[in-house]
Design a protein around this ligand. Structure first.
Ligand SMILES: Cc1cc2nc3c(=O)[nH]c(=O)nc-3n(C[C@H](O)[C@H](O)[C@H](O)COP(=O)(O)OP(=O)(O)OC[C@H]3O[C@@H](n4cnc5c(N)ncnc54)[C@H](O)[C@@H]3O)c2cc1C
Length: 495
């Protein structure tokens, strides 16, 4: 059932078994897991069924880090969350992403890829994908008859990506939640603070505020924070009535290790010497067994280990003829009248998506600026390191070397010419992560392996804020897989 919070009585108390805060990919996936169970579930969602400007303004803040980052346009505050904006690229994290990598500080999850595999498999239909098969590219080559580049395994490999339609959670799952008798979704319900007992070991209520409307509270056995990679940290820091440090922030880790994928698109162009080469596997979508797939180039484990690099992927996008006069002359593609021979000139744009190195100084903090609900806004200080620049540069160099070795083309681009500088074209991946990182030890993380906030009995976090590292894969498949795993854990714990 959907409830309009503006119609709730001022000062009232709603009782529930499970309180989910935020109805985006994580919150809706969690709620659906409880449909038809004996648990009463309350979902508190800040927005309405469609976006509105006043609610979206609650996401404004200050950027004091890398200039390409935008707090407001990188996420959406409405029912369905940022799935109204997402592009639908899907892939699980690689096994190595979960491991401690001795060349990457602060790496290592307390769980493995194998722990998440069953949940990844269950996530596939939720975002309308085909079979759960990301490891066997040969299967797709056989089904499509497409060709793969013969890359040197010590350098790069081709990997499978899946493409969601993309699933818009606000429309796809609205009716199911509306009909569910044990799920109440409160719209325009902004959680202002999680109120705890005097020792800050248990949450006793969620205080809710409505723009131009009442305030009320929700009391539940467990609370799940699912408000996105930046807002999860903000809400813990804002929950400071009992402990001025905020909730789960004894070690000062909430908001630290903020990460996003580093995007360079295009970071380089490959001018093809063999324009007839079949690259459709990489630059087009292919239907296989009810799903859509494409392939990207990615770093190999061998390469990462040997050269102490972060994980990365590269998209190949085929251009039409676009040689400049100078490049055409380099490749002797000037016809007898001195004109660029555009028929012969074909190029491929290389887009890099790079895993950033976890960095405690890259962080989200509360400021003294106030939003329309009187809540402190955040500042984001997204930082990168020299190691990130090294990995990005090497990624393009290796792609260039491979195209050269295969006699397919040559690479050109700003990053190849200025290896010591970060190019002006850098963008953020819009995959906000790391601010409530997962670790078995409270000294190195905010949540434990079950996504429970350390030392708080009934508070859990869902979303990419729990990722200690983010690999190169887009996060939503992992966000949902972790939400399903958390739902299973809660079903066991609440029995
Ligand atoms: C342009 C764009 C393209 C993207 N493309 C991809 C892609 O191709 N593949 C991929 O995997 N990911 C992609 N993403 C990222 C993807 O959208 C997110 O990973 C995903 O939506 C995160 O899910 P979430 O539930 O954690 O957060 P969200 O979906 O952002 O949901 C958070 C919810 O919490 C609510 N909320 C916030 N604060 C409060 C509060 N105080 N009280 C109550 N409710 C609150 C919000 O209104 C929102 O509904 C893209 C993102 C963008 C912006």
């Amino acid at each position: 059932m959907f409830i309009e919070s503006k119609e709730v009585d001022q000062g009232s108390l709603v009782n529930s078994d499970i309180c989910i805060i935020g109805a985006g990919a994580a919150g809706i996936s969690m709620a659906r897991e409880f449909v038809g169970t004996s648990y009463e579930v309350t979902v508190l969602e800040s927005g309405g069924l469609t976006p509105d400007q006043k609610t979206q303004s609650l996401y404004t803040g200050t950027n004091i880090g890398l200039p390409s980052f935008n707090l407001e346009t990188n996420r959406l505050r409405a029912f369905g969350g940022t799935t109204a904006l997402w592009a639908g690229h899907c892939r699980p994290l690689d096994s190595i992403d979960f491991k401690v990598r001795d060349w990457m500080p602060h790496s290592g999850w307390p769980i493995t890829r194998a722990d998440l595999d069953p949940y990844y498999e269950r996530t596939q239909p939720i975002v309308e994908l085909g079979p759960y098969n990301y490891e066997d590219l040969g299967f797709y080559l056989e089904k499509t008859g497409l060709k793969v580049l013969s890359l040197m395994p010590s350098r790069l490999k081709s990997v499978v990506y899946n493409q969601s339609p993309p699933t818009r959670f606000a429309t796809t799952y609205q009716e199911e939640l509306r009909r569910a008798k044990n799920i109440d979704v409160y719209l325009h319900a902004n959680v202002l603070e999680l109120e705890s007992n005097p020792s800050s070991t248990e949450v006793v209520s969620a205080r809710v505020g409505c723009i131009d409307g009442p305030t009320f509270s929700v009391s539940a056995h467990v609370y799940i924070l699912a408000t996105g990679g930046m807002e999860n940290a903000r809400l813990l820091l804002l929950s400071d009535s009992v402990n001025p440090k905020g909730l789960g922030n004894e070690m000062g880790l909430v908001g630290r290790y903020f990460m996003d994928h580093l995007l360079l698109r295009p970071g380089a162009d490959i001018s093809l010497t063999r324009p007839d080469i079949d690259l459709r596997l990489y630059h087009a979508l292919h239907s296989v067994q009810g799903g859509k797939m494409f392939s990207v180039l990615a770093s190999t484990e061998k390469l990462m280990q040997a050269e102490k690099l972060a994980n990365f992927r590269m998209h190949l996008y085929r251009h039409g003829p676009r040689f400049t006069q100078s490049l055409a002359s380099v490749f002797k593609r000037i016809d007898q009248n001195g004109q660029v021979d555009t028929n012969a000139s074909q190029s491929v744009a290389l887009h890099l998506v790079l895993e950033p190195i976890p960095n405690p100084d890259s962080r989200i903090q509360l400021t003294n600026n106030i939003d329309i609900l009187g809540q402190r806004k955040i500042s984001v200080d997204w930082k990168i390191t020299d190691s990130d620049i090294k990995s990005a540069h090497r990624a393009f160099e290796l792609a260039g070397l491979e195209f050269g070795r295969l006699a397919l083309g040559r690479a050109f681009g700003e990053i190849l010419n200025t290896p010591d500088k970060w190019p002006s074209i850098m963008e953020a991946g819009k995959h906000h992560s790391g601010t409530t990182r997962m670790s078995d030890q409270p000294s190195t993380g905010v949540v434990d392996r079950n996504c429970k906030v350390h030392d708080i009995a009934n508070l859990y976090v869902a979303g990419s804020s729990v990722f200690p590292t983010i690999g190169y894969a887009n996060p939503t498949l992992t966000i949902i897989a972790l939400a399903l795993r958390l739902a299973d854990h809660l079903k066991g714990a609440l029995r």
